[in-house]
Design a protein around this ligand. Structure first.
Ligand SMILES: C[S@@+](CC[C@H](N)C(=O)[O-])C[C@H]1O[C@@H](n2cnc3c(N)ncnc32)[C@H](O)[C@@H]1O
Length: 396
């Protein structure tokens, strides 16, 4: 048993006691991120950006949304001129954080395709009320201009009815994961238990439920992933993304003709499930500091884990999505004109030096291979007609 020092809030202690003193890691992650009153996202205490707990690409500056906006605009134009000329197009953003991406995207489209914008509606799918309020504040100026931005639950969208683009930037990495751990020659489901005397949390083990076992077996058979790795060591632990396929299935069902862009931290299976990667990828972020003790300060920091590239693609393709391609963020943004934007900042240095420095730093961080530049862009699509051919600059 691995006992870790923590400052456990009462609300979590009560929940764990109510559930018998031990919960799965999945439930722990779900509570600390999404509890509507105390969770990091549920309560809305998540702070993104340079001055927050961690940066996401859109929270750095509008440049990211402008560059992705170029791709989205191009896809929308191809859809409209190709085969959806009489259909209203929709751009859906999942997990919109503080609203920075949607705000930047609409700014970009207002500047470049104002007339085209009339035929497009925007939808945000955000289950956490605390974040939703931030988004409404940020986007108020566009709502006041009469731009259609709707907040909906995924279940409110009609089946097979979405024509357009679906974007999820750094959302799947925040979905709760199961963790599996190797102990005394066997795999277990990682659990979190409460020591009643000290009120400290510690990692514990539970038997693996049959559904989880089935999904691991399936990945082993279909993708040749070896879990645990042959040279596994005692205590080896990894993440298992149990919610991805249901999430993809729900979106697949809603799309009539459309493109799904997922941007996130991701690793190849052969690097993910090795004995070297003995504690998985999950970490927490608070005040721009990464912490590998994910039981520390529950509800007050972000928790994030890398996706596995092969399992995500397999989940998507099993449902029927076509994979248009995968690329690294750095390469995608350069193809979309990041270098030109960087060059364009020269002019700004004469007018507003501090803003120009901030923008330059933000642009460089977006392509830094040790940082956001290594994020993966997954482009999936679902088209009714097989012969549809859509070009994607970001994949060039
Ligand atoms: C790391 S933040 C990313 C925010 C934003 N996309 C960005 O890049 O700045 C994760 C976001 O996903 C939301 N989220 C969590 N679970 C979700 C789910 N099941 N569906 C949609 N959004 C979710 C969180 O509330 C939060 O807004």
């Amino acid at each position: 048993m691995n006992c870790l020092p923590v400052n456990n809030p009462d609300w979590l202690v009560k929940k764990i006691i109510k559930m018998g003193g031990t919960i799965s890691f999945y439930d722990y992650m779900n509570f600390v991120l999404n509890d509507p009153i105390n969770g990091y996202y549920g309560s809305g205490k998540a702070k993104l950006g340079f001055r927050g707990d961690f940066v996401t690409s859109p929270s750095l500056s509008d440049d990211f949304a402008f560059l992705v906006g170029k791709q989205i605009e191009d896809w929308l134009i191809q859809l409209k001129s190709g085969f959806l000329s009489n259909k209203k197009l929709t751009v859906i953003e999942f997990g919109a954080g503080d609203g920075s991406f949607m705000s930047g995207l609409i700014k970009y489209l207002l500047g470049s395709s104002k007339n085209f914008l009339k035929g497009v509606s925007f939808v945000i799918i955000e289950p956490n009320k605390g974040m939703l309020e931030k988004q409404k504040n940020k986007l108020e100026e566009f709502l006041n201009l009469g731009i259609e931005i709707l907040w909906k639950g995924l279940e409110e969208l009609e089946e097979n009815n979405i024509n357009g683009i679906v974007v999820a930037n750094e959302v799947l990495d925040a979905l709760p994961v199961e963790r599996i751990t190797f102990s005394k020659g066997k795999l277990f489901r990682q659990a979190v238990s409460l020591d009643k005397k000290s009120c400290k949390l510690f990692f514990d083990e539970m038997p693996i439920p049959s559904e989880l076992e089935k999904s691991i077996e399936l990945a082993k058979n279909e993708l040749g992933i070896t879990i645990p790795p042959e040279d596994v060591i005692e205590g080896w632990t990894t993440e298992w993304h149990v919610d991805n396929s249901e999430w993809l299935k729900a979106i697949y069902g809603k799309i009539n003709n459309g493109i799904l862009l997922i941007i996130d931290y991701a690793k190849d299976a052969k690097k993910y499930y090795t004995s070297k990667n003995c504690d998985g990828t999950i970490v927490s972020y608070k005040n721009q500091k990464m912490n590998t003790n994910v039981l520390d300060s529950p509800g007050n920091c972000d928790l994030t884990s890398h996706l596995c590239i092969e399992t995500l693609i397999n989940d998507a393709e099993t449902l029927g999505f076509n994979t248009a391609g995968i690329t690294k963020q750095g390469e995608a943004l350069l193809a979309l004109g990041l270098a030109e934007r960087l060059y364009g900042i020269q002019q700004e240095f004469k007018k507003d030096l501090s803003n120009a420095f901030l923008r330059r730093e933000a642009l460089l961080r977006l392509v830094d291979p040790l940082c956001l530049g290594d994020f993966k862009w997954f482009v999936f699509n679902k088209f009714k007609a097989k012969e549809v051919n859509i070009n994607s600059t970001c994949l060039l």
